[in-house]
Design a protein around this ligand. Sequence first.
Ligand code: VG1
Ligand code: CO
Length: 544
Amino acid sequence: MKTRRIQTQPFTDQKPGTSGLRKKVSVFQQPHYLENFVQSIFNCLADDARNLLIIGGDGRFYNREAIQIIVKMAVANGFKRILVGQQGLISTPAMSLLIRKYKADGGIILSASHNPGGPEGDFGIKFNSSNGGPAAETLTDAMYQQSLTITEYEIFEAENISLDNFFTYTIEDTQVEVINSVTDYADHLATLFDFQIIRSLLTSGSFRMIFDAMHAVTGPYAVELLQNRLGAEEGSVINKIPLEDFGGGHPDPNMEYAHELTESMFKHDAPDFGAASDGDGDRNMILGRQFFVTPSDSLAIMTANIHHIPGYKSGACGVARSMPTSQAVDRVAENLGIPCYETPTGWKYFGNLLDSNKITLCGEESFGSGSNHIREKDGLWSVLFWLNLIAIRKQSVADIVREHWKKYGRHYYARHDYEEVDKSKAEQLMSHLTEQFDQLPGSQFNGFSIVSCDDFSYTDPVDSSISTNQGLRILFDNGSRIVFRLSGTGTKGATLRLYLEWFEQETTRHEEDPHQVLAPLAEIAEQLAQIRQFTGREKPSVIT
Ligand code: VG1
Ligand code: CO
């Protein structure tokens, strides 16, 4: 057995997007495709960063094959030790934790997150650095540059390892260990939350909950935490077995795709609490009985209540949200007198703020929230945060949210996605809109006036790196906003995202239908961007 150097040619499309490289499975199955990208990652690491690599994925189709290839390449590339998740499974938040806990040089996560899986579905690969967080933009750019000039990769000729048993293999000079990440993860969350009080709530007999793992990676973690450790009734975790095609579903925790959970939660005798997570376990949706919590509100409420949670007793030093996320958390931060940062979309932009202790909490409108406990968003962490809060405040989800609105006002919010539209048409739409930006400030629409519009760019306050073209913002004088962005996680055509936010201070107007409240903004968006004409679509593919 020996290391082989394989001659290869570059692929021109290996530019990582918002969260790693995502393509159709069939693209990854092309000869050398995965290998080229993995070698490009290794080529960007310092020579002395080869002590420990962690590899795992969300269990989707091609996960096991990819892991075998990456293990052999990591051996050939001189890693001393490799940890691999049992059955190839490691959720994104668990990976972040393991990298930090075992001081790894990095981790490779095989996931396309919330995108569907299976032979016809999507696959993805992302690299997390030694801080546990997604590779910074400078590093993903460097990987892309490597992928454009690559001429060979190294792979060790060896038998496949068994991913199903805990075992340590010695391959050449490398130790390869199959590990269980569930215990480490659950142990860590136990240091942050009051498990005793959550346990009393879940075993009281008067509180019922459902967690929908959507046949994705969180099943084993959720069973351990919610049922084994916290006493939720057997059966509280549904769709708990990870499947290669997620049972044919779309592992995205929103009311459209988590429909089994949503139906149960909107029945008249619904449980008190419902939650779901995505393919790789970093997203979360929180539901009360017949009640949906927007992710933007969830972040604001967590910030306002953080002192109730044992792991965060001294409060938050600062918070951050991605630009399209509603400004609900800004109001809380202002009230608490702490800084609130506005970053581009994608968790990698929170990394420096977390590492330099500028923020404690951060979140995105796309069903993501997390804290400085790791460097990724964390689905089950968010669920435990809410359960801990409910147990302490002894109020329903809806009451907690309504009280919050009463104090801070309500940010009505929605995101309209136009999926798989023609890429050049979507780009034309964006330039058509940008061209109007000089004229728009001051103009009136349905009684509101535009105060400013821009193409969002961000200067990182820690390393001063600049990220441009991060979305088009149109801001109104009453605090409302319209934002347009093109997604960086799709695998076919372009996905146009339209984000609508309307602020309402008046408590008597907090119980309205968000769709109706936001309709005038949607009309303005259509008027300015000519969405129907450019996309050829009468309505969005999904509204969340
Ligand atoms: C989407 C979301 C973004 C999130 C990203 C990765 O990106 O909008 O907020 O960080 O997915 O999440 P985009 O570029 O398609 O809008 V996940 O759960 O896929 O790791
Ligand atoms: Co995800």
